[in-house]
Design a protein around this ligand. Structure first.
Ligand SMILES: Nc1ncnc2c1ncn2[C@@H]1O[C@H](COP(=O)(O)OP(=O)(O)OP(=O)(O)O)[C@@H](O)[C@H]1O
Ligand SMILES: [Mg+2]
Length: 440
C-alpha cells in the first residue's frame, strides 16, 4: 500500500470525462478552422502532447492499481498461458521498443518491469551481455511517469576511478587540475528523470559508498563544493555479473546491492528462449531492410535452421549483427556462406573430403585408394545426415531409405555416436529452396 500511495497524482485529478472534453475541444478547433498558421499548429501540438501525457498517466495509475489489487487473486488463479500474457501486456499499451513472444521467462521479466515502471523504486536488471538490459532500462523509463523527463545513461565500467565522482556528481571550477569550469554531474542531469547505471558491478568500492549515500539522502555535492543539492532521480542499474555473489565475496557492498535490487529483473540468455528466435529473425530482417533500403532478406532452410540452433554467446546483439550482416552481403537469399567466419559451421562433407583427405591416406594400390575414398565419403555422408536430423537415427534411416539396424551398423563401423549430433549443424552446401526471413 505504501507503494500505491506514492503514485497517487498530486496535481488536479485526471478523469476520463475531462480527457474526453479536452479531445472534443481539440476536434472542434480543427473542424472549424479553414487554415492554420504555424503558431496555431504549435498550440494544437502542445495541447495534443498534454493530452497524451494525461492519458499515459491515467493508464499508468490504472495499471498499477490493477496490478497491486489483483496480486492476491492472481496468486491463487491458474497462470495465464504465454499467448494470453503477451496479448494482455500489449492490450495494456505496454511500450516496448523491440519484439517479444510467448517465452515465459521473458514475459515474467516484462511483467515485473511493467509493474515497477510507474513507481520510483530502484530496479536492478541482470543478464548476460547482449540480452537486452539497456533496452529494458529504457522500457522502464518509457512506461513510467518520468517518460518525458531526462534519461541519462552512465557506463560505470568505463569511467576511470579518479574521474568517477566528478562524472556522477559534477565539480566546482578549480576542484582539481583540469577543472576549468563548474560542471554538472550525471545525477543532476537526470534530475526528475531516470539515471541508468550500466555495468554497476564494475563500480569500485569507493564509488559504491558515494552512490549509497545518494540513494539514502537524495542529495549530492559537486566535487570541491560544500553546497548540498537535492536530486530526484529514479535509479535503474544493470549488470552482467552476479552481484549477490560479488557481495558475498566482499567485492560489492551488500547494503548497496539490497538498495539497488528492490525490484530485480533477470533477462534470460537467448539460448534459453529459442522459441523467440524466429520472431527476432523476422524483426531484425525487417529492421535491416529498412535501414539498408532493400527487401527483407530470405534465408535458406539450412541457414534458418542454423540460426535457430546456434549457441549465441553474444545473445540478441549477436543475432541482430548477423541479420544486418547477411542483409548487407546477400542478394535476395542468404545462405551459410554469408555468416561471419567465426560463426560459420565447419564444412565436413563428402565432396570436399574425398579429393583432399583421400590423397592424404597412404595407399599402395588403386583398389585400396578407391575403398579409402569410398569409406570416407560414406562417413561424411552419415555425419552430414546425422547433423541434419539432429542425431535421430530413425529419422535418418527414413530419409535415406535404409534399414535402421544396417544404419546402426554403419555408424558403429565409423565410430559415430548419434548423441554427438544432437543440435549440431555442419551443412555441406546451402542450395535448398529459400524460405523467407519472416516466419510464416
Ligand atoms: N526483445 C528485443 N527485441 C528487439 N531487439 C532487442 C530485444 N532485446 C534486445 N534487443 C536488441 O539487442 C541489442 C542488445 O541489447 P542491449 O544493448 O539492451 O543489451 P545489453 O544486455 O545491455 O548488452 P551488454 O551487456 O553488452 O551491454 C540492442 O540492439 C537491442 O536493441
Ligand atoms: Mg548494455
Amino acid at each position: 500500500m505504501k507503494i500505491l500511495d506514492q503514485i497517487v497524482p498530486s496535481g488536479p485529478a485526471i478523469s476520463y470525462a475531462s480527457l474526453i472534453e479536452k479531445i472534443e475541444i481539440l476536434r472542434s478547433t480543427l473542424r472549424w478552422s479553414s487554415r492554420l498558421e504555424r503558431a496555431d499548429i504549435e498550440k494544437l501540438l502542445r495541447q495534443a502532447s498534454t493530452l497524451r501525457d494525461e492519458v499515459m498517466q491515467l493508464s499508468h495509475t490504472e495499471r498499477f492499481v490493477q496490478a497491486a489489487s489483483g496480486d492476491v487473486e492472481q496468486l491463487s488463479a491458474k497462470p495465464a498461458a504465454g499467448g494470453d500474457r503477451r496479448r494482455a501486456l500489449l492490450a495494456r499499451s505496454f511500450i516496448f521498443e523491440g519484439t517479444f513472444g510467448d517465452n515465459s521467462a521473458l514475459l515474467e521479466a516484462l511483467e515485473i518491469a511493467e509493474k515497477a515502471a510507474p513507481t520510483d523504486l530502484p530496479v536492478l536488471i541482470d543478464g548476460e551481455s547482449g540480452t537486452g538490459k539497456e533496452l529494458m532500462a529504457k522500457v522502464i523509463h518509457a512506461n513510467g511517469g518520468r517518460s518525458e523527463r531526462p534519461y541519462i545513461s552512465v557506463n560505470c565500467g568505463a569511467i576511470p576511478d579518479n574521474l568517477l565522482e566528478s562524472e556522477l556528481f559534477g565539480h566546482k571550477r578549480g576542484a582539481f587540475t583540469g577543472a576549468a569550469n563548474d560542471r554538472k554531474g550525471k545525477f543532476e542531469s537526470a534530475h526528475t528523470g531516470t539515471i541508468f547505471l550500466d555495468e554497476i558491478g564494475e563500480l569500485p568500492l569507493s564509488g559504491q559508498v558515494k552512490l549509497l549515500r545518494v540513494l539514502e539522502s537524495h542529495e549530492i555535492q559537486r566535487v570541491g563544493s560544500d553546497e548540498v543539492i537535492g536530486v530526484d532521480t529514479r535509479i535503474v542499474a544493470a549488470t552482467n555479473r552476479n552481484l549477490r555473489r560479488l557481495s558475498e565475496e566482499g567485492r560489492f557492498r551488500e547494503d548497496l546491492f539490497y538498495r539497488l535490487s528492490v525490484i530485480h529483473v533477470s533477462l534470460p540468455p537467448l539460448r534459453e528462449r529459442r522459441d523467440e528466435i524466429p520472431l527476432l529473425i523476422a524483426y531484425f530482417s525487417d529492421e535491416a531492410a529498412d535501414m539498408l533500403k532493400r527487401r527483407p532478406v530470405k534465408l535458406t532452410p539450412r541457414l534458418r535452421d542454423f540460426l535457430i540452433h546456434y549457441g549465441y554467446p553474444g545473445n540478441i546483439r549477436e543475432l541482430r549483427n548477423i541479420l544486418y550482416r547477411i542483409s548487407c552481403l546477400a542478394g535476395d537469399v542468404a545462405s551459410i556462406e554469408h555468416l561471419p567466419v567465426d560463426v560459420r559451421p565447419m564444412t565436413t562433407h563428402a565432396g570436399a573430403a574425398s579429393p583432399v583427405s583421400a590423397g592424404a591416406v597412404s595407399v599402395t594400390s588403386l583398389s585400396e585408394a578407391k575403398r579409402a575414398a569410398s569409406d570416407e565419403a560414406e562417413k561424411a555422408f552419415l555425419q552430414r545426415g546425422l547433423q541434419e536430423v539432429g542425431g535421430t537415427v530413425a529419422e535418418l534411416a527414413r530419409r535415406v531409405d535404409m534399414n535402421r539396424s544396417h544404419l546402426q551398423m554403419l555408424l558403429k563401423k565409423h565410430g559415430l555416436h548419434s548423441k554427438d549430433f544432437r543440435h549440431a549443424h555442419e551443412p555441406k552446401s546451402d542450395d535448398d529452396a529459400a524460405l523467407p526471413g519472416a516466419p510464416s
